[in-house]
Design a protein around this ligand. Structure first.
Ligand code: G6P
Length: 367
């Protein structure tokens, strides 16, 4: 299909803005109206007959897998391993019986991910892929293919494919919880209701565009940026740092907030902004105390949180971005929006080639 920028300056901006629509589509297709039961295409998967999950991917899709690990473990009590495809295949990991192998890929053509899938072919119980291109090699070679419904993604830095991958993976984790009886029907219903409300919550996050643009103006002067998060916000911090370095060429890295003391705190000074992603959830107080360690060393903190979190912790903070409140399981999908917009506006401020960053390819079909 031919796509154009639809009035936006860049494909990336258009793809960020499309997220409420494409995610609504993904949710409708796995969570049909009138039922809280997640439905998979074809023969589906019965997670009651699976003992463990191995997830493999590259780049942004790998961060989607890291996020999903929290969901599968917490909601469905299913042990999960996550691997970078290029490491997985050469380590020759043992694949125990009753392992479900799950491959996540926007293009469905990433060479290392495809090779990892082939490695699992005669070893895993079932091979499932989560892809954006249903005709792709990875899709064709899977026992079950789950489309993410993101539509064509042109920007090299993945945005809507990431949040659609997350949405489908969360619904898959809910299916697993249902099959394994690990959540009550009320908890399942709460998740389903929150998912159905997600598109409008995402629109409220997109409404923060102007605030995020001003925050990005400040970031664009930095040489290095550190991203911090705990729990579900840790993989998202990794994705936020990846987005920023890919398109603005500012050196960025992410740490689990609790690891701050084990190294990166040595780097903190007035020159290095620290982006803290922290919805007001069960881990909030711990993240705030890590944030205070940064501020005590004159570090500049950009805090992304909801109204409650900001009311409690904005003292002494350099910059704030307010997100709407959302069900705790959905925070990575929602907080992806400010992570993407921060990277986007920083890159625009620096005048880099947002859609076609140097040295990067949309799909890496060689090793
Ligand atoms: C490249 C792209 C990334 C993508 C990664 C994995 O590095 O630039 O945006 O996340 O490949 O691609 P896949 O198509 O397998 O998701």
């Amino acid at each position: 299909a031919r796509v154009d920028k639809g009035g936006f300056k860049h494909f990336m901006a258009k793809e960020i803005a499309e997220q409420p629509t494409v995610i609504a589509e993904a949710i409708r297709s796995y969570l049909p109206t009138g039922s809280d039961k997640v439905q998979l295409p074809g023969e589906g998967v019965d997670f009651a007959s699976v003992d463990r999950l191995t997830m493999v991917a590259c780049g942004t899709a790998y961060y989607a897998c890291l996020t999903a690990k929290y969901w599968f473990e917490q909601l469905a009590r299913l042990p999960v391993e996550v691997d970078i495809a290029s490491e997985f295949r050469y380590r020759e990991p043992p694949i125990p019986a009753r392992t479900l192998a799950l491959f996540v890929s926007q293009s469905g053509e990433t060479a290392d991910t495809l090779a990892a899938l082939r490695y699992c072919r005669d070893k895993a119980e079932r091979i499932v892929s989560v892809v954006n291109v249903p005709e792709s090699s990875i899709a064709r070679e899977s026992d079950l293919m789950l489309p993410i419904h993101a539509g064509v993604e042109v920007g090299v830095a993945s945005t809507k494919a990431f949040t659609c991958q997350l949405s489908v993976l969360l619904m898959l984790a809910l299916k697993a919880a249902c099959d394994r009886g690990t959540l009550t029907s009320d908890q399942i219903a709460d998740h389903a209701a929150a998912l159905r409300g997600l598109p409008s919550t995402l629109n409220a996050a997109l409404d923060q565009n102007d605030t995020i643009r001003s925050a990005a103006q400040k970031l664009s002067e930095a040489r290095d940026v550190l991203f911090l998060g705990r729990g579900l916000m840790f993989p998202l911090a990794l994705e936020g740092a990846l987005k920023l370095k890919e398109i603005s060429y500012i050196h960025a890295e992410a740490y689990a907030s609790g690891e701050l003391k084990h190294g990166p705190i040595a780097l903190i000074d007035q020159q290095m902004p620290v982006v803290v992603m922290a919805p007001r959830d069960a881990l909030f107080d711990k993240t705030v105390s890590n944030m205070q360690e940064v501020m005590a060393r004159k570090g500049k903190v950009m805090l992304i949180s909801d109204s409650k979190g900001l009311a409690e912790a904005r003292d002494g903070v350099w910059s704030t971005i307010q997100m709407p409140h959302v069900h705790p399981s959905l925070t990575p999908i929602l907080y992806a929006v400010p992570a993407q917009l921060l990277a986007y506006h920083t890159a625009v401020a620096k005048g880099t080639d947002v859609d076609q960053p140097r040295n990067l390819a949309k799909s890496v079909t060689v090793e």
